[in-house]
Write a protein of this length. Structure first.
Lengths: 205, 205, 205, 205
DNA sequence: GATGAATGAGGTTTCATTCAT
DNA sequence: AATGAATGAAACCTCATTCAT
């Protein structure tokens, strides 16, 4: 967690630091990202950096938090609050939609999350032994869907959740690497849902 | 590519080096992996390392090659050679099966591949601008399936291939982190296929 | 060019670094001179060195610059500014005189210049393909002398300039290795001039 | 001094080694010249190198010896043997001539000599505290000339010898860097002699 | 609180030389 | 005698972090 000093900073400066950090971590894996580069780009002194943050990891942790927060903010509030009124696939659609919107608006945040996901050592240092939050989210969604009777009860929610997570990573990756996808053209999302829906929906026979 | 020296080494020593390298790269991302640690664990002098390899990246590249090779070796020869006799989902099943077998036999190799996948900078240095080979493989499989009439022609092979790749990463990850999956219990694979098959198979109506 | 940091240093420290560098480069050719030794002798940490200079070559370049500057400072300003009032041999005498004074005051700087002159690879890295400045200087002096009518027009200025340069190296070398020459005893200079003057002056018949 | 083994080598091989060494030392200053490169280019094993020579310096010393020898071989035998029949300037002319011929025939040997001359540390390790042989040679020639009455007795032979040596370095340098000089066109030598002769010849008044 | 220099551990790489076959 | 791998001591350089003002 950043030190108090950081939060006492004028917003404008705070944002410069965050942005610089994002740029650096988006471009390089954690251990190659340089604190110096961040300070430089943010226009603050090296010493200041350590007045704001415990160390490099501290900043990184905070960044991850921010990213999560931002990601959540993309989810339709109404849906979150009235979760029960919606069917599983509608919820899933919404989840994907928000994911895509997020990725399109914040292309540089995506690789940071990816990189954390792939550096288990770092991940553990940050999250301890907690399960992946995304997987967890999908698992609960699936369980909910099974209860509702929209998802095939035959499937193992934990496992399928993991699959959905993997697809999500690929999806966002696809979005940001492939400039042409845009919100108007919802083909991608529809294909995704078509796939998943056919894949796990409850069939009546 | 390692230098000749390396290939002239007694097999036993060569293996010690490779193993040490695998251990190091499995435990740490590329830039945190230490050449010194590898040399030490392999029981060779620092200088020797550089008699075998151009540099750290050279070893890493070679490792990736070995991993790919090994992975391929898990694929049922018969299937590869008589690809046309099998339906898409049979082929897919085989692909997943081999992937699982590989992951179970070589749990430490998996994270190395993951890590490469997530460090784009490194990836490009190694593969240039080539597309991900795994995605490519799935894409061709899908196109083949569409031609055969077993895969729904509505889908975009490039996109779905990407999804399948993401699922594969998650699948292998699932396997190695979750000790309990074993080959006898093929539940995981079956679920996976159930999901995918329902998801994209050609329907007659 | 050293970094800003270096120029912000307290003079006393800056000088310690420069002196240490001079000692090291005077004692060893470029590739044998050790950054560590310089840092040690200057009483700074290794890391600091790289906060001041890009790398070893950067420091060396700067050193050469300093040496050139210092050498120039030995030249009688009056003469430089009123060049036309003096005859060629007077100018030459002045050039030699200043060279000697410089060499006597800074015996350790001389070998550094020499060493650069003899390492063509290094020289090119530092100066590019430029011609030797010293030779150039002599050439212009000679051309001037020919125009003035004091230098024999028969000679090839480019070639003789090269010879004068060689003599200059030897001269300075002679001075520093042979402790006994001193300014009071101007015999050396006089011999030199006697030689050169007789050698190339314009004769009337 | 190379070991016996070296001299027992088939001439052809011996020459390959020498040539490789020349190439390497001509291209790089002593401490940057690599034994490995020499062995490689000569087509011998690293181990063999150390069967032939004590170490890098041993080879280098030997090389210098060879170069000296070769240089001497360019001097007109007749002149050496009947030194007394020739006047000083004739001898000097001959010395320069042979120097030029040598430089033109062996352009790669010249920089090796230069480099030695400029690395005092190395020089001392090789020659001990002995005076420069070239300077010595010129000094004796000058003394001889004074006795003969052809050289102005006013000059200090030791000093002028040093100057002549410096000019010689520059001369050879001029020759090898400037492709166009050739033996037919003896202009260079003539200028040189014109310069020196006028410079120090005994005048009758 | 801000600054930016200072620190030094640590990492990669090079290469002369030795060793074992 | 020939080979070529083995060795390990340096060397250079980087960078997170601390310090002093």
């Amino acid at each position: 967690m950043p030190k108090e000093t950081f939060f006492n900073l004028p917003v404008e400066k705070r944002e410069r630091v965050i942005e610089a950090a994002i740029d650096e971590f988006a471009a390089h894996p954690f251990h190659k990202a340089r604190v110096t580069a961040i300070a430089e780009q943010a226009g603050i002194a090296m010493g200041s950096f350590y007045q704001y943050f415990e160390d490099k990891k501290d900043l990184f942790k905070y960044l991850i938090e921010l990213i999560m927060e931002k990601k959540l903010s993309y989810i339709n509030r109404d849906i979150v609050e009235n979760r029960d009124k919606y069917g599983f696939f509608q919820l899933l659609r919404e989840a994907y939609l928000s994911g895509i919107r997020f990725a399109k608006d914040n292309p540089s945040l995506v690789p940071i999350g990816m990189m954390l996901a792939s550096d288990k050592e770092l991940y553990r240092e940050i999250y301890g032994e907690h399960e992946d939050k995304g997987v967890d989210f999908f698992r609960r969604l699936l369980e909910h869907g099974i209860e509702q009777g929209t998802v095939d009860p035959v499937i193992d929610p934990a496992f399928i959740a993991k699959m959905l997570m993997g697809m999500t990573y690929s999806l966002t990756d696809f979005i940001i690497e492939d400039g042409k996808v845009d919100l108007e053209d919802m083909g991608v999302i529809d294909q995704m849902l078509y796939f998943v829906e056919n894949g796990i929906k409850k069939r009546d026979n």
